[in-house]
Design a protein around this ligand. Structure first.
Ligand code: UDP
Length: 414
């Protein structure tokens, strides 16, 4: 089966953790690699954003990324993708023709949905879509912090998110909560919706010896370590985490906060907003800003930590929470989006209200001072039973077979 993934801004081979690169990049790369491993031929088309990278580059045997030019080569903030969307869509249509047609086209995020819809208007091809983020939910969660989720931009996004839900043969939701949102906010028909939680690569994201991981990372051996992993966007809640961590230090004076993601130390020009906040709270010596690390290296950080904090204001899925569990490390997360499902079991962590440093601090201290062994086992069990990569890829492949078989698709639409 020949599959095309459309991943507008998220290049599967880019390094996550910086400003523009995160969960969608990891999701698409891992999915492409695993689908290819199970016999599919996979192309991932993305915008060519880095001139140092080749137009076409292998991801794994049977999977490659194809970068199409759209606008000037160089980074482009996600909210400005509309400026190059038309050119991107034509690039995708051109690739489809050049490849002699794909059996299934799977689009990711709403800009990619625009390209998929255009492809679907011109060629007979079954469409599958994963939203990764929804305009209406993002706007409700972030309010004034999501300035782009307003006016014509929001209206266009919402229209496309509705249209792809009505036009696609299948829409993948990452949690039961997302399925409800898609039905209620977008009117996506139930028969096209499938809940398939993303999986983590448990070969890479696997527990390591904590003492060894700390020694390798140059972290102190016997102090509580709180970990944050992610892009330093405002919606990730790092502005709540710093004051929360100041409270944690009152209860546990030796505690250290390690931050993975954000600006690389060698590229920092002066003090960034996070470092400034850390300094304002008098925490400079106890917060360790590591900058982005390659995805394979994150397991060492999760293993070294006693708890991972995911203090997001909005989080469509939140891969970091399940990656942490896969390494046996419990999670304190906000009760938003996919985190409500991934951290639903109280043994794997604690859910707290967003934008509330006091609750966050209390939960971090609770987790740091209770039931470490039981939590560790519960995390490992949940990661393998619910968020295993094989279950994920089998689920997606079953959808592809269903939609690529016209008899099944016709029956489902009745
Ligand atoms: N990540 C990484 N290196 C970093 C920071 C983040 O590999 O320095 C990865 C992290 O392991 C996770 C992804 O980036 O796989 C972030 O995904 P998540 O769903 O948590 O957030 P998103 O970026 O989608 O908002």
């Amino acid at each position: 089966m020949r599959v095309l993934h459309i991943s507008d801004h998220a290049d599967p081979l880019a390094t996550p953790g910086g400003e523009f690169c995160g969960g969608q990049n990891v999701y698409v790369r891992e999915l492409a690699r695993r689908l290819a491993g199970s016999g599919c031929t996979v192309d991932v088309v993305t915008r060519w954003a880095d001139g140092r990278l080749a137009r076409r580059e292998p991801i794994a045997p049977g999977a490659r990324t194809v970068r199409v030019p759209a606008g000037p080569i160089g980074p482009l903030p996600r909210e400005r993708f509309g400026e190059v969307l038309d050119e991107f869509c034509e690039g995708v249509v051109g690739l489809h023709k050049e490849a002699g047609g794909y059996d299934v086209v799977h689009s990711h995020y709403w800009y990619s949905a625009v390209a998929a819809l255009r492809l679907g208007d011109r060629h007979q091809v079954p469409l599958v879509h994963t939203h990764h983020s929804l305009g209406a939910v993002r706007r409700a969660a972030l309010g004034r912090d999501a300035a782009d989720e307003a006016g014509e931009h929001f209206a266009a996004r919402h229209r496309i998110e509705r249209r792809i839900g009505l036009r696609a043969a299948a829409v993948v939701a990452s949690s039961p909560g997302e399925l409800t949102d898609l039905q209620q906010l977008l009117g996506t028909p139930r028969h096209t919706l499938h809940v398939v939680p993303p999986g983590v690569d448990t070969a890479v994201l696997t527990p390591r010896d904590r003492a060894l991981a700390r020694a390798e990372l140059g972290l102190p051996a016997d102090v509580p370590v709180v970990l944050f992993v992610g892009r330093l966007e405002q919606r990730k809640g790092w502005e709540d985490l710093v004051p929360a961590f100041a409270l944690v230090r009152r209860a546990l004076p030796g505690a250290v906060l390690v931050v993975v993601g954000g600006e690389a130390p060698e590229r920092r020009t002066g003090r960034g907003p996070l470092a400034a906040l850390v300094e304002r709270h008098g925490l400079t010596g106890s917060v360790d800003l590591r900058g982005p690390v390659p995805h394979q290296a994150t397991a060492r950080y999760y293993s070294a930590a006693n708890v991972t904090a995911v203090p997001s204001h909005y989080e469509p899925f939140g891969l970091v929470a399940v990656e942490s569990m896969a390494c046996g490390t419990p999670v304190v997360a906000t009760r938003v989006g996919g985190l409500r499902w991934s951290v639903a079991d109280p043994r794997v962590g604690v859910l707290v209200p967003p934008r509330n440093p006091a609750s966050l601090a209390k939960a971090l201290v609770d987790v740091l001072t209770s039931g470490a062994a039981e939590r560790r086992q519960a995390c490992l069990d949940r990661a393998t039973s619910v968020y295993g990569a094989e279950r994920w890829v089998d689920g997606i492949r079953a959808i592809y077979h269903r939609v690529a078989d016209p008899r099944v698709t016709a029956a489902g639409a009745q």
